[in-house]
Design a protein around this ligand. Sequence first.
Ligand SMILES: [Fe+2]
Length: 350
Amino acid sequence: MIEHRRPHVLLVDDEIGTIELLGAVLQRQGFQIDLARTTAAAIALLRTKTFDAVVTDVVFDGRDEGQEVLSACRDLAPSTVVMLMTGHPALSGAVSAIKLGAVDYLQKPVDPVLLAARIHRAVRERQMGSPDDLNYKDLVNILSDLVAQTIERVDPYTAGHGERTRNYCRQIAEKLGLDKRTVERLELAAIAHDYGKIYLDDLSFLTKKGPLTPNEYREVQRHPEVGANKLGTNPHLVEACRYVAEHHERWDGTGYPRRLRGSAISEAGRILCLVEVFDSLTTRRSYKNPWDLQKTLDFFESQTGRAFEPEVLDIFLRLLEVHGPEWLSAPQRDLIAAGVIQAPDAQPAS
Ligand SMILES: [Fe+2]
């Protein structure tokens, strides 16, 4: 599976204000950041640290030195993603940079939210590895992407929802001490939990503005069990299908479709239910703005022993103390990367 540690990014520019601003926003988006004001300082850092991505200016004090950083990356850290940014765009420069291995060539001023989305996507693609070493991990990630894209096709605002849900579920499950086998099946369920949506008779209301009619609500409540039935009968999927079927059940019996209560819901299902609610509340939809951190915390703190199991909720709230800003900014990042919404005050960036 994809590693979920914070991606490490090196920003290189002689205009310190530029990289301090970009760095501050990228940190809030979940990146670990190092800054370098000169190509020499950047190359020294490349010798001592490992970076997932390097974003470098091209012209330093009037000299065209960006290519030196690019060359150093190629020699010292060939798996690192390199992006160039410049205030003096020239097609020939872009072409030669791409030939030398840069994955992107950005025009200044670079919008930091868009940059974050591009880095995430490039790092993720790089993590998929080369076509020659397809392994089990690659296969799971490729199929996860296919399932996610299928669901996003009928509901574009779910872009990235499956992968984020998978990540947060795994972290809660590991803190709760669930065994590796259960965690793996929970991850599968997290990726596919809304799969049943694509089989609903009427898909138009998934993206409508405003509340659902009673008939539409009844229709949407079918998706957990439809999804569980459609995922297949492979023996490895038995538990994952159960978790999918349970992902809208609530600890206090107020969920759907079967109004299960307490321990009648699997432990993994209780985790998936909480994470699904969290990511939905904090994601922009066609009919609502995302909740901020304080509103989200107030809501979940008020729900202990009600909608969510107390122990799962307690672990989640402790994780939110650490990852709150990163987890709340992730949906916007993914929606921008998928082209569903535009970066705020987006600047042309290539
Ligand atoms: Fe759902």
